[in-house]
Design a protein around this ligand. Structure first.
Ligand code: HEM
Length: 135
């Protein structure tokens, strides 16, 4: 049975937010070496443009994720569901925090660790989201 209902809109917006946040980081990782070779101004312009797009979509994933928690009765689900949800929220928090540190640090070492960490945690959030839906 196919339903073009509010649930499909909620999930659609959540997946779009997740796709731009995580997919954008993968594309940016490929673009950064090219932008860096083109000069510091190009590099800065590219990363600033990425941040202007990626953060609102991260916000969209968070807002629609909170919306999902209100829709799904988290008291009524199996405890394994809440464990996966808890792990997912940790992954989301790590992904966002690492990305924020990545943008603001001057240390190349910290920038590398937080850039990779944000992407890995974002991918973990995607996987755990799939687990929540598929069961
Ligand atoms: C980086 C941020 C996030 C990413 C990448 C992400 C990714 C995903 C993905 C791919 C799904 C599967 C969607 C589907 O197939 O319908 C999902 C589902 C879900 N996410 Fe997220 N998510 C993020 C943030 C959040 C946050 C902040 C929350 C809670 C506050 C949340 C709660 C949920 C819930 C409850 C589901 C299951 C929805 C349902 O069954 O309809 N997510 N997430």
């Amino acid at each position: 049975m196919v339903d073009y209902d509010l649930d499909s809109i909620r999930r659609f917006l959540h997946v779009v937010g997740a796709a731009v946040w995580v997919g954008g980081q993968i594309v940016l990782a490929a673009l950064v070496p090219v932008a860096r070779a083109a000069g510091p101004d190009v590099h800065r312009a590219v990363t600033n443009a990425f941040n202007r797009v990626a953060w609102p979509f991260f916000g969209l994933a968070v807002v629609t994720g909170v919306w999902s928690i209100f829709v799904i009765d988290v008291v009524d689900v199996e405890s394994s569901y809440n464990v996966a949800l808890g792990l997912k929220l940790i992954a989301v928090a790590i992904s966002g925090t690492a990305a924020a540190i990545h943008t603001n640090t001057t240390s190349p070492m910290i920038r590398g660790v937080t850039g990779g960490g944000s992407l890995v945690a974002g991918l973990a959030a995607v996987y755990l989201g799939i687990v929540l839906v598929v069961g």
